[in-house]
Design a protein around this ligand. Structure first.
Ligand code: CMC
Length: 428
């Protein structure tokens, strides 16, 4: 197959190089197109634009494949842990036993926030959404590390990465405690990453939260399944901010904001709210499916559809099985799970969803697991953010370590008013 493409514009032929990825993905490089032809490309929503070369995550949306650094998500979900997967994403290789121990100890040692950060938490209203608190506090915590300011410091990257992965969990737990008016619970040295998070979230000063292994495992799996997903909206945002040489914490805070929206990470909250509404209305899901197909109804089947997956989101398959397992182990019968399964069944047999290749995505069943664990709905997207942090950091690292990195700066096709003369206010 040729490694060049030809483009004919107004009778003139332009030869464009084709870049081939390690999995055979082919991309026509248009970097010089404007220079040679005075044309740019237009791709609203970036659906067909490769914004970078990346070694981190591979997705084949047609076949339903997801791999982190070459390892299939199914194998990692079965055999790895969130912390090990975070190491893999950031460093490119699975850790040895010693490397994993050191990384894990680093996370424990860096779990504490600077004590002055407590005063920042106090100034948020109790009604503040935890995602607002999370992005503000990640940014605020960069002020406590003067070495972070200025252009990214490649040598200090590992320690900043460890701090951020560890502290996002502490900040998340504190923001929940704040929203409930509960006292802050400090991290414990003897607890591992996910168990420590549950402890900070649910323990009380007078009583430690009982850590059930199946609960710790289920939440760890949710973190792992969210750990990276190539150039999604929030990761692309992190890379965009990083490309201006903003620091890692500022770039990650921007990622949190992008993740918040209901079409992205906010979908897990929107799914449960949708299921609750369906349940409260007495519908089993049948009426809602009809509304979701009607463009005038304003309803969308949240947790369904994906820009890249046109088969089945492999994360959804793993999470659905985990959902059945944890509910069974905890002896919980959640009517929302019945509604979710009926919605999925109906959608998979409905031409509207089949023709548009709309399948459950990672957010469809994750909320039911989090509900069973006792995590409040407004914290769901925060859980996604904790999980996605290693992916954001790996992408940040790829940008700052690339000696050829340039500031991200897309172009546009201007469709506004052409030149006109200013009209003084008395004449308008
Ligand atoms: N319910 C009903 N119709 C849908 C849905 C849905 N969930 N998703 C897409 N469609 C329809 C859409 O109306 C359009 O129909 P038509 O061709 O007749 O105009 C067609 O399917 C294509 O949709 P699109 O909005 O152009 O697709 P997109 O690639 O721009 O959007 C999406 C992808 C995920 C934003 C979208 O499917 C959606 O809004 N899903 C619900 C929100 C959700 O679950 N988001 C989480 C995504 S996975 C986690 C993450 O990575 O963030």
């Amino acid at each position: 197959m040729s490694n060049e493409a030809k483009l004919l514009i107004e009778g003139q032929e332009h030869v464009l190089p084709v870049t081939v990825g390690t999995e055979g993905e082919r991309a026509v490089s248009i970097a010089k197109l404007r220079e040679v032809s005075q044309h740019i490309t237009l791709d609203d929503g970036y659906g067909n634009t490769g914004s970078c070369l990346s070694n981190i995550t591979f997705i084949d949306g047609e076949k339903g494949i997801l791999r982190y650094r070459g390892y299939p998500i199914e194998q990692l979900a079965e055999q790895s842990s969130f912390v090990e997967t975070a190491y893999l994403l950031i460093n490119g290789e699975l850790p040895t036993r010693d490397q994993l121990r050191q990384f894990s100890e680093g996370l424990t040692e860096n779990a504490y926030l600077h004590e002055d950060m407590r005063y920042h938490f106090e100034s948020f209203p109790v009604t503040a959404h935890p995602m607002a608190i999370l992005s503000s506090m990640i940014n605020a915590s960069s002020c406590f590390y003067p070495g972070l300011m200025g252009p990214a410091n490649v040598e200090r990257l590992p320690i900043h990465a460890t701090r951020l992965i560890s502290q996002v969990r502490t900040i998340a737990a504190y923001s929940y405690r704040k929203s409930r008016g509960y006292p802050i619970i400090y991290p414990k040295k003897n607890l591992k990453y996910t168990a420590n998070f549950l402890h900070m979230l649910f323990s009380q000063p007078y009583e430690d939260y009982e850590l059930r292994p199946e609960v710790v495992k289920a939440l760890d799996l949710i973190f792992l399944l969210h750990a990276d997903h190539e150039q999604n909206c929030s990761t692309a945002t992190v890379r965009m901010v990083a490309s201006s040489q903003a620091n890692m914490f500022a770039s990650a805070a921007a990622g949190v904001c992008a993740l918040w929206g209901p079409l992205h990470g906010g979908a897990n909250q929107a799914v449960i709210e949708m299921l609750q509404e369906i349940h409260a209305s007495g519908d089993d899901g049948s009426k809602f499916i009809e509304a979701a197909k009607d463009k005038n109804s304003g309803a969308r089947l949240m947790g369904f559809g994906h820009r890249v997956y046109k088969n089945y989101d492999p994360r959804a398959r793993i999470i659905k099985a985990a959902c059945d397992s944890i509910l069974d182990k905890m002896h919980i019968q959640d009517p929302l799970l019945d509604i979710a399964k009926l919605l999925e069944d109906k959608a998979l047999n409905d031409s509207y969803f089949v023709e548009r290749k709309l399948y459950p995505n990672v957010d469809f069943y994750s909320g039911i697991i989090m509900r069973a664990i006792g995590i409040p709905v407004e914290m769901f997207t925060v859980i996604f953010a904790i999980g996605r942090m290693p992916g954001w950091i790996s992408n940040f690292k790829e940008v700052v370590e690339n000696p050829k990195s340039r500031i991200y700066r897309p172009r546009q096709v201007y469709m506004g008013a052409t030149q006109r003369d200013y009209v003084p206010v008395e004449n308008r």
